[in-house]
Design a protein. Structure first.
Ligand code: BF8
Ligand code: SF4
Length: 632
């Protein structure tokens, strides 16, 4: 039976999988049906061995676990643990980058400072004195300030919270007792709190969720983004190619998948240095393509083609054209090695804590980055030799996308219109209604919703209503593949007001085309850029973020990381649309607090809606309400 599929470019490969008898996520999802209702509602508890306990949400079965825990307690504990999973990933990512940065400063790792302006900006924000110090000394102090956020015990707010939190929200969090001090302590305490026999108060647990949201936002996303920009450069606007059609039959294809640019930047460098070696094997060269968030990092800074989002991470292997897929951390499906086995493809894992049966492991240490990257690229070249004669199927779909909308890049364009007050043109256009509002599209592609084109439909509906969209993560891949990040999308999809603004901005940027209506701001850690932009806008207007006519949406929630990012956005005061529902519906308290009461506390509110048209309408109604309250 033909399985459901996601989009045109993958159809041909799903078909190929079926002909070859290869199983994919779509097949496995189907065999999992029906999925557990208790799990979906969040009412299954496995925190101790008197359980697992399951609470019947309809009150017909058990209403309490063996220990007496209610559905509210169980759901809130589970939610907090999901957040810990997400925040640990982001804090782990940031720590990994900071440690590589430190090794670079000690002369032990072959990296360098690419963006001195960003270093100066971060250092001054942290209150570091410059007097006669070298860049290296300043950078060392910056790195130490970051590591302090993972170790301090004095209860002082984290340095990165003080550095990056918007003023009014910082004050509000202070009043709520949420100014977290040490990311690792917070993660430890959240695990402690949720283990059997500790916190049973759903409200206290939900407050802890907000704390972990702040840990994620500042010691994870913001910290990672700052160090990555200093080391590898702050992204600038450029055009790139996207979709599975970016693979090239006659070249050595290296797919980079995961999250950290510390690995991928080096592979890219060595792919270019070893081009001649590849040619000696008969290849026309080396083609490095990006998958998932590593794809976003590389495309934003280096213009590397964006081959595919998370759901395409196994699909891309079905082309038979990928010679090596190199992975680091997060969102890597264990199934990739099984599919790779059917071809000549090498899967290379690089982190000691991310190993997959069937993969080749090359431990990638920043100290030996050059040797290891060289070795990995040579493995890909060798694999290409084995590919000779094998059939490859590369979908023809390929489109163009504008990428690289860092806050700095956006301000550079705006400064060409008003050099002394760059945000003024944006604000004027918001007031006039040309820009009715803005929405951040973040997160993943859901295997449960992808065939409904949830993200694309919502985006088109919002653009029609003059809502500007910024995007990160795999959602950015989806938007790019739907040609929403090309300048042609502006006339095709936007309302008249937004169209006029984007034409004017294109002109200001020195382009002969409008800017696209969906702006690629990066990977999931780059959600920090969205928060910075919102903070700057709110600050310029003298209001809180919760008063702006804006919203966030994770239209296709998959990962725990999306939960922790979403909670940070809730703490910042945003309406956060999510589909499918997070696992909270089994708790009346969690559902009410997150979808209603929280609005009176931080200004944020969770909004669950699985129908794209209704979701867009709900967001538009929220924007209308915010505009009204601002008197515009
Ligand atoms: O951090 S969007 S599937 S790749 S979690 Fe993962 Fe989701 Fe993709 Fe990036 Ni983000
Ligand atoms: Fe059951 Fe309580 Fe143990 Fe959870 S902690 S498994 S609800 S007894």
């Amino acid at each position: 039976m033909a399985m459901k599929t996601f989009d045109r470019s993958t159809q041909v490969l799903i078909d190929r999988a079926e002909v070859l008898g290869i199983e994919t996520g779509i097949h496995r999802l189907e065999s999992q049906q029906p999925q557990c209702g208790f799990g979906q509602l969040g009412t299954c508890c496995r925190m101790c061995y008197m359980g697992p306990c399951r609470i019947d949400p309809f009150g017909e079965g058990a209403t309490k676990g063996v220990c007496g825990a209610t559905a509210d307690t169980i759901v809130c504990r589970n939610l907090l643990r999901e957040e810990v999973g997400g925040a640990s990933s982001h804090v782990g990512h940031a720590r990994h980058v900071v440690l590589a940065f430190k090794k670079m400063l000690e002369g032990k790792a072959p990296y360098s400072i690419s963006d001195r302006n960003k270093l100066v900006e971060v250092a001054s924000g942290l209150g570091i004195k410059f007097d006669g110090k070298s860049d290296k000394e300043i950078a060392t102090e910056v790195a130490d300030k970051a590591l302090e956020d993972l170790s301090r015990q004095d209860g002082e707010p984290m340095n990165w919270l003080k550095l990056r939190a918007p003023k009014r929200e910082f004050e509000m969090w202070g009043n709520l007792g949420l100014l977290v001090s040490n990311a690792h302590n917070e993660i430890e305490e959240a695990m402690h709190r949720t283990s059997m026999g500790n916190d049973a108060d759903p409200i206290n647990l939900l407050l802890s969720c907000l704390r972990i949201g702040l840990v994620d936002g500042y010691a994870g996303l913001s910290m990672a983004t700052d160090f990555q920009d200093i080391m590898f450069g702050t992204p600038q606007v450029r055009t790139v190619e996207v979709n599975l059609g970016v693979l090239e039959k006659d070249k050595v294809n290296i797919a980079l998948h995961g999250h950290s640019p510390v690995l991928s930047e080096k592979i890219l460098e060595w792919a270019s240095k070893l081009e001649d070696e590849a040619k000696k094997t008969g290849a026309q060269g080396i083609n490095v393509v990006g998958v998932c968030c590593t794809g976003n990092e590389l495309t934003m800074r280096r213009g590397v083609p964006m081959a595919g989002h998370n759901l395409q991470s196994e699909i891309i292997l079905l082309t038979g054209a990928v010679d090596a897929m190199i992975v680091d951390m997060q969102c890597i499906w264990p199934s990739v090695t099984k599919i790779a086995e059917c071809f000549h493809t090498k899967i290379v894992t690089t982190e000691p804590f991310v190993k997959i049966p069937g993969a080749t492991h090359v431990s990638f240490e920043p100290e030996h980055a050059d040797e290891e990257a060289k070795k990995i690229v040579r493995m890909a070249i060798d694999a290409f030799k084995e590919r000779k004669g094998e059939d490859v199927v590369i979908p023809k779909e390929k489109s163009v996308a504008f990428v690289g909308f860092s806050v700095e890049a956006i301000l550079d364009v705006l400064k060409k219109i008003d050099s002394s007050d760059p945000l003024k043109p944006v604000i004027d256009n918001i007031v006039s209604g040309n820009i009715y509002g803005a929405v951040g599209f973040v997160g993943c592609p859901s295997i449960k919703l992808r065939d409904t084109a949830m993200t694309e439909k919502m985006a088109k509906e919002l653009l029609k209503n003059n809502v500007l969209i910024v995007t990160t993560g795999c959602t950015a891949h989806i938007c790019a593949q739907a040609e929403l990040m090309d300048s042609t999308a502006t006339d095709k999809y936007c309302g008249e007001g937004l169209k006029a603004v984007l034409h004017a901005l294109g002109k200001a940027a020195g382009l002969d085309v409008p800017l696209p209506p969906v702006w690629h701001m990066g990977s999931c850690v780059d959600n920090a850029r969205i928060a910075t932009l919102l903070g700057a806008l709110a600050n310029r207007l003298g209001v809180k973020i919760s008063q702006l006519p804006v919203a966030g949406s994770a239209p296709e929630l998959v990962q725990e990381k999306a939960i922790s990012i979403g909670t940070w956005f809730l703490a910042l005061g945003l309406l956060v649309h999510i589909a499918p529902s997070p696992r909270i519906l089994g708790s009346p308290v969690a559902t009410k607090v997150l979808t209603q009461d929280l609005e009176g506390i931080t200004g944020g509110r969770a909004y669950v809606e699985l129908d794209p048209e209704k979701a867009a309408a709900g967001i538009l109604a929220h924007i209308a309400q915010k505009r009204k309250a601002l008197g515009i």
